[in-house]
Design a protein around this ligand. Structure first.
Ligand code: NAD
Ligand code: ZN
Length: 375
């Protein structure tokens, strides 16, 4: 046997059989100021026929705005405005799917989500449920989706969540807040036009941007860290620091935050988030606290887990004069705390990433309660 074939034998030897995740990525992305103007030409070849519409799910904050007049509606395309005041729910997805099936004799050519994480997640979930039987809550979990979704496009109008690149759509169901994590969730096309993020309020810009910052801190300080995640996480963190601690021109800041969101999303895709996200899910489940602000509310009290991250966070908060609400958990009963603690502790992979296999010795119910009580 020559050396070459011996090496090949080594490579395929059973001891080396591995179990790495074969990760789906967004196959097409367009980036640049004004690229929204190219949406019509991007969609044209994806039209199945003139009867199969594109359904545009659009954040209702844009109702009556110039953006709406630029949406390339033709044939019997439909535009549905949706409020992002509350995070997306499984029954909202079911209602949209029911409406779309009722309105047309055939499947649409595709679903386009225009908005923040809320609208992006709704678009992903509707695209999945149009080809899969039953109700959306039956698919909350990992790899439960059986059939490919229809073509779907994500167009973020606020930067930070990474929902534009992720393989999940986070939904509030009757029993849990959990994503539909599947290979069919990921968008087929993403359009990144930094100008679309122009109207975001300063507070929301901070909260959603900090979601990205916290993704980086939790991924880079986690036990699941690997070179893949690290390469994206470090870049995203560097961009967040530039955006929130330097005095960039606002166009540059918008461009960079959009790319930070993308890289932050890629970083957690191949690792996990950590303590702030686990506890923020508890706040969101019991009190409906939104993802971005919920993460901030928890993260400010996590100095013992992420000392450098919390210090940077405080610097950013001060620079932009952000006052986080206080006393959110002041009126809660012991039962309320228990619900939040149970939701948080049920997210095992997040804790394992944050604190290692022995996480239960550190993340005790008492510890979590003492953190919630500070919020
Ligand atoms: P969002 O979609 O909840 O929107 C926040 C607010 O900003 C809303 O009031 C919205 O109307 C407004 N807004 C958005 N774009 C605007 C614009 N250009 N001008 C003015 N106002 C604008 O915000 P988000 O923080 O991006 O998303 C949060 C959601 O994302 C949560 O539901 C969370 O669970 C989800 N999420 C999903 C993933 C994922 O991987 N799928 C990751 C993180 C978070
Ligand atoms: Zn997040």
């Amino acid at each position: 046997m020559d050396i070459k074939s011996k090496n090949i034998n080594t490579i395929i030897s059973p001891e080396l059989k591995t179990n790495y995740k074969n990760f789906p990525m967004v196959p097409r992305v367009i980036f640049g100021i004004g690229c929204f103007g190219q949406l019509g030409e991007i969609l044209m070849p994806k039209r199945i026929n003139s009867e199969a519409p594109f359904i545009f799910l659009v954040d209702d904050v844009f109702e009556g705005s110039g953006l709406v007049s630029r949406i390339p509606l033709i044939f019997n395309d439909q535009l549905i405005f949706i409020s992002a005041d509350e995070e997306p729910k499984t029954d909202q997805v079911d209602a949209l799917v029911y409406k779309i099936r009722n309105d047309y004799d055939q499947l649409p050519s595709g679903i386009i989500g225009i908005g923040g994480g809320t609208l992006l997640d709704l678009a992903k979930a509707v695209a999945i449920m149009l080809t899969n039987k039953g109700n959306a809550h039956e698919y909350q979990g990992w790899d439960l989706v059986k059939k490919p979704s229809i073509y779907h496009v994500g167009i973020p109008t606020i930067s930070g969540t990474g929902a534009e690149v992720s393989r999940t759509t986070v939904l509030l169901g009757p029993e849990k807040k959990l994503g539909i994590n599947s290979d069919y969730t990921t968008f087929d096309q993403v359009l990144l036009d930094p100008d679309l993020t122009k109207g975001v309020s300063k507070e929301q810009w901070f909260y959603t941007g900090m979601d990205c910052f916290i993704h980086c801190i939790e991924s880079l300080n986690g036990t699941f860290l690997n070179a893949f995640s690290q390469s994206y996480g470090e870049k995203a963190l560097e961009l967040c620091k530039e955006v929130y601690l330097e005095d960039l021109h606002e166009d540059e800041a918008r461009n960079k935050l959009m790319m930070a969101s993308w890289h932050g999303g890629m970083s957690i895709a191949y690792s996990q988030v950590g303590v702030a996200h686990a506890m923020s899910y508890g706040l969101s489940y019991l009190l409906g606290v939104r993802h971005g602000i919920g993460n901030c509310l928890v993260f400010q009290h996590l100095k013992e887990f992420y000392p450098e991250g919390v210090e940077l966070f405080n610097e950013m908060k001060e620079k932009h004069n952000i006052q986080l609400p206080k006393g959110i958990c002041k009126e809660l009963t012991n039962d309320d705390f228990e619900i939040m603690i149970n939701v948080a502790l049920s997210l095992v992979p997040l804790w394992e990433n944050a604190l290692g296999k022995e996480w239960r010795t550190m993340a005790t119910p008492e510890k979590l309660k003492s953190i919630y009580q500070k919020i």
